[in-house]
Each structure stands twice: as C-alpha cells, then as structure tokens.
Write a protein that binds this ligand. Structure first.
Ligand SMILES: [Zn+2]
Length: 281
C-alpha cells in the first residue's frame, strides 16, 4: 500500500520556455500545448507508479491558476487537487499518510543562472531564505514535506538549473532533466521520447528502492528564521501589513518561529497578499 503525492508545476516541463506557455492569456494555443506536455510528463510518472505497486496517487495542480490539468488527460485512476486558493498551495493536500512526494515540472529559484522561467513563488520575490540558506520552491516544499509530515521527496524533474539546485539540498535525489537552459526564456530541450522514458525508468527505480526512502527525509532543527526579500520596497510594504513580520530593511521581511508549518503558511500569505495590491502593477 504505497501512497504517492505529486506536485505538478509547468515551467520545468520539456519545451516550455516562454511566459506565453504559462498562462491562457495572451496565447491560449501556446498555453494549451504546454499543459498537454505537462499531462504527458505527469502521466508517465503515474503510469509507471501504478504499474509498480503504488495504490493511491494525489496530483496537486501547483501552477498559477491551479486549474491547468484535467483528470482524464492525466490518468483516470488518480485524485486531482485543482483550483485555488488552497492552504499550502503547491503542497496542499499533503499529510503524513503519504509515503513519498514527487515534483514534476519544477524550475530554479529567482536569479538562477540559466534557470528557465526561474522565480521563487512570486515574480515580486527576489529571494527566500531559511536560517540563512537561500532556497527555491523545490527546496522549501521538500523541507515542508519532511519537517512537517516526515514525507521524503524521492523524485523531481525540471530544467538543468533546477536539478543542480535540488541536488544541493538532496545530493542523492533521483531527477529527470527535461531541458538545458540557455537563457531565462530559451532552452535546448531534450528529446521528448527520452524524457518520457526517463520518467518511467526513474519512477520504477525509486519504487524498487522504497527501503531507502527514509534516508531522503530532511532534518533541519528549529527555531527558524524566514527571510523574504522582495524586488522592490513597495512589495515589501504590502506584505508587511501581515502581523508578525519584522522589517529588516527596505526590501526584506523576517519571520521567526519554531514551527515550520507556520513558516510555510506565512510565506504563502506574504506573496499571496500581493495579488490584492493592484497598485504594484
Ligand atoms: Zn508555475
């Protein structure tokens, strides 16, 4: 009885390089093509997992509107968490009943060299760090899964810059590299057939090595200091309306807690509130 959690983003998928791939406006055809690629990549993991003893899979649609995926296009045997807002966003629905987590279509953190469509949670965030170490979305989400629920990240996919970034946190992690970034909006994409085969092979491999999953559970003792540095002071001003955040400098807010669940939710709230501040645009 193995239960898998899949968080699916879009920017790290093979062939996706442009903001036009990432939202329905202004180019619906480009966006729909990108989502069909994501469905293929998630589908490759799902099919291999269900063929190798996984009994239950929850796919969390983790990109932008979080209504990108359609169940029948992924696999009719999975549960799909779709729509927003949802508490814990890219990690919504995760709890201690899951045996492992897999991230598909992830991207490198804000500012990463050759990171295709790189950013950290929100375009107005310049950097996110915990206890002085800078993390991208994959790292923060993997810490959340481990520290709050004891769930290990066992497989992750995205562009080369993301793979290099996640290996700094989890050196032994199995990964699927979909493309090699050239600039932030261009890449040399690997052959799709190879990418899909790689997903199936790596999924099989991690399932055969179930006994080692506990080694992938990350440890980071508290207390925790979250630092969020925004691109400009106005975004920090807006996020600073949330009680409990201390202003470190013009662009940086700090939050201290012993509880990683609280840290994660504070991070989500701090960038989500920017959506309601239209004067930032
Ligand atoms: Zn995304």
């Amino acid at each position: 009885m193995t239960k898998l959690y899949i968080s699916a983003d879009l920017e790290g998928v093979c062939g996706v390089v442009s903001p036009h791939h990432c939202s329905a406006e202004p180019d619906r055809a480009a966006y729909e093509w990108a989502v069909s690629q994501l469905e293929m990549e998630v589908g490759a993991v799902v099919e291999a997992a269900l063929d190798h003893g996984v009994s239950e899979i929850l796919v969390n649609d983790s990109h932008c509107t979080m209504t990108n995926l359609y169940l029948e296009q992924v696999d009719p045997r999975v549960s799909l968490l779709t729509g927003k807002p949802k508490r814990c966003a890219m990690s919504a629905g995760l709890d201690q009943t899951f045996d492992a987590a897999i991230y598909v279509g992830y991207h490198a953190k804000a500012g990463a060299h050759k990171g295709v469509l790189s950013h950290t949670f929100h375009g107005k965030l310049f950097d996110v760090s915990v206890n002085g170490v800078s993390y991208g979305e994959g790292g923060i989400n993997a810490l959340y899964a481990s520290l709050v629920f004891g769930v290990p990240l066992v497989l992750a996919s995205g562009d080369r810059a993301f793979v290099e970034e996640i290996h700094q946190l989890l050196p032994g992690l199995e990964t699927v590299e979909t493309k090699e970034g050239i600039t932030q909006t261009s890449a040399k994409c690997h052959p799709l057939e190879k990418v899909l085969e790689d997903y199936a092979a790596k999924t099989r491999k991690v399932l055969e090595n179930r006994a080692n999953w506990s080694e992938h559970v990350l440890a980071l003792p508290g207390p925790y200091e979250l630092q969020m540095t925004f691109i400009n002071p106005l975004a920090a001003d807006a996020a600073n309306t949330i009680p409990g955040l201390e202003r470190k400098d013009g662009r940086t807010l700090v939050f201290n807690t012993d509880n990683f669940q609280t840290l994660y939710q504070m991070l989500q709230s701090s960038y989500s509130i920017l959506a309601f501040t239209s004067y930032l645009e």
